[in-house]
Design a protein around this ligand. Structure first.
Ligand code: SAH
Length: 572
């Protein structure tokens, strides 16, 4: 601890009682109070910021009863060298929380513990004992799991306060650390795969050292696996992985067991029986403590590196990128792009989704055959890879999600059906274009693709008429391409036979991309030359309203009600 006695700083009388309790645990400390509000402090000050900065500069440890953010902002200009800064602690006004902020190398955690003792509160220690012990039990390495994590903070603070600990079981990272081990004492760390309740003063750490091999096809495999573990008194938390045969990659019992235990699945080719699977996974295995034909269990001393066993369960995420800008990409989509091992998609969208890391395999395609791309993605995922199939807008709207479903539906490959599939929604072009001009889709609307590549024109014709006669607002995707020269004209003809020429239309081109353009015009003025494949066309209903927007252009909206018109007038 810093040699100078700490200053306890309070801003109001409500903190005085807590400050006095802290003072009793900190020899020589003085309570400084804001003079205009606290009259009974040991010392008064008028300017909080100046006082705090002066004390800090004078190397006085600070215990400040106010929001952590205020303390940080006040001292931020002075922060330079963590080795010479005095400890600084923020304490909630009423003493209910103690947060060490600065001075990790000068004993802030010890000071925080003393403050916490005075207040009967556990300090929010964020640095743990890592620095001192070369190991921490609050965040254990991969392959281990603390059974009673709620106790680890207290445990660590006891160690930092000088207690010793017994190590029971095998854990090289603990053994090689500088934790204060001893053969006696109240505290112990037990490293075990056994299903034991922690004793008083004991931290139980489960190594992921148990392998369960399953033979699918049976009923209630999960229940069976649980009782097998129980019969050997093994903790669920000690399970490293579930092993199954490649041919059972889509077995519901196998998948449900892995999901319920939150453990990875590993699939092996060749072996079928549970014992043979274990033997293939761990060739040096000496004994199998449990085997009943359906299930076999192996237990090792240390965590098992499961990624070397067979292949994992693959994942295929169909990721909606939104219209283009990263601002319209969901955080979930971003996570999938970061965690994917492989990225599959039309090259424009792959570029839009990037950049990717060198360790990620990118599979751009220029072909428009979505089904091929979907199969390619499933094939990769069935090898255990984590595949992101990228799609613009929402993947479920005229895009890759349906292609992936179709490819899967038409396959009877267990490895494909065993893939974990996730659809990550995105903002669709119609929503993006609508957002630019107000709320043209504020009431019932429908979404139609004008592409007749995969459906006959007669169907499009029929649907356009149905949508127009039902007075729905309409979003037209894939409005026009060189291969489909006359269709848009025909669509306009149909729409005009149901809608007035002054019906508002939105042309959103490249919405959310650098060369975005959004225009509002009346249906009567719309000509095919104004649209292309990068345009989404929104056709208002008979209720869609237009009114001037400050700064030019227009606002559009389709009111939420139906019936008597409001004061706003229709049309363009
Ligand atoms: N899944 C996409 C749609 C794919 S179909 C989505 O939900 O948005 C392709 C059509 O979508 C294009 O022809 C165009 O009509 C529309 N589109 C896609 N992105 C667009 C964008 N950024 N701006 C305008 N229209 C877009």
């Amino acid at each position: 601890m810093s040699p100078r006695p700490p200053a306890i700083v309070i801003l109001g009388p409500g903190s005085l009682g807590a400050a006095r309790r802290v003072q009793q645990t900190l020899a020589g400390s003085i309570v400084h109070g804001l003079a205009e509000r606290v009259t009974e402090a040991d010392s008064g000050f008028t300017n909080f910021g100046e006082t705090l900065r002066q004390l800090f500069t004078d190397d006085v440890p600070l215990v400040v009863f106010c929001a952590a953010g205020i303390v940080i902002r006040t001292l931020a200009p002075l922060l330079q060298d963590k080795r010479v800064e005095p400890p600084v602690i923020a304490v909630a006004e009423d003493g209910s929380a103690v947060v060490p902020l600065l001075g990790g190398l000068r004993g802030v955690n010890e000071l925080a513990r003393a403050v916490g003792d005075g207040l009967g509160t556990l300090p929010a220690i964020t640095t743990t004992g890592e620095v001192r012990f070369g190991a921490t039990i609050e965040q254990v390495p991969a392959g281990y799991e603390v059974r009673n994590p709620g106790d680890s903070k207290r445990f660590m603070s006891d160690l930092l306060a000088g207690e010793r600990v017994r190590l029971l079981g095998v854990a090289p990272w603990l053994r090689d650390s500088k934790l204060p081990f001893g053969d006696t004492g109240r505290l112990s760390i037990r490293v075990t795969p056994q299903d034991v309740e922690p004793a008083e003063g004991e931290l139980v750490i489960h190594p992921h050292s148990v392998l369960i091999a399953l033979t699918g096809g049976g009923s209630d495999l999960l229940q069976h696996a649980m009782s097998a573990l129980k019969s050997r008194n093994l903790a669920l938390q000690a399970v490293a992985a579930i092993i199954a045969a490649e041919s059972e990659a889509a077995d519901p019992g196998v998948l449900a067991t892995a999901e319920a235990l939150h453990r990875p699945l590993r699939f092996l080719t060749g072996a079928r029986s549970a014992e043979a699977l274990l033997a293939a996974a761990r060739p040096k295995l000496a004994n199998i403590p449990f085997s009943d034909g359906l299930i076999a269990i192996a237990v090792e001393e240390e965590p098992i590196e499961v990624t070397t066993i067979g292949r994992g369960r693959g994942r295929l995420a169909v990721v909606g990128l939104g219209p283009g800008t990263a601002d319209w990409l969901a955080p979930e989509a971003r996570r999938e792009l970061v965690s994917a091992t492989d990225i599959v998609g039309y090259e424009t969208y792959v570029r839009m989704a990037g950049p990717f890391r060198a360790d990620q395999a990118v599979h751009p395609s220029d072909n428009r055959e979505e089904l091929d791309r979907a199969r390619h993605a499933l094939r990769l995922a069935a090898q255990g890879r984590s595949v992101a199939v990228v799609s613009s807008g929402d993947p479920g709207i005229f895009a890759m999600a349906a292609a992936v479903m179709e490819a899967l539906h038409s396959s009877d490959e267990p490895a494909w059906h065993g893939v974990e599939i996730a659809m990550i929604p995105g903002i669709s072009a119609a929503q993006a274009a609508a957002a630019r001009v107000g709320a043209p889709l504020g009431h019932d609307f429908c979404v139609l693709s004008l592409s007749d590549n995969l459906k006959p024109w007669e169907v499009i014709d029929l649907r356009l008429r149905a949508a127009a006669s039902a007075d729905l607002a309409i979003a037209l995707y894939n409005p026009l391409s060189r291969a489909r020269p006359w269709q848009f004209d025909k669509a306009l003809e149909i729409l005009r036979s149901y809608r007035q020429p002054d019906t508002p239309v939105v042309l959103g081109r490249n919405v959310g991309r650098p060369d975005e353009s959004v225009r509002v015009l009346p249906l009567g003025e719309l000509v095919p030359e104004q649209v292309d494949m990068r345009t989404v066309v929104l056709i208002g209903s008979s209720r869609t309203r237009r009114f001037p927007r400050a700064g030019g252009n227009a606002w559009l909206y389709t009111p939420r009600w139906y019936g008597a018109p409001s004061k706003a007038s229709a049309g363009c």
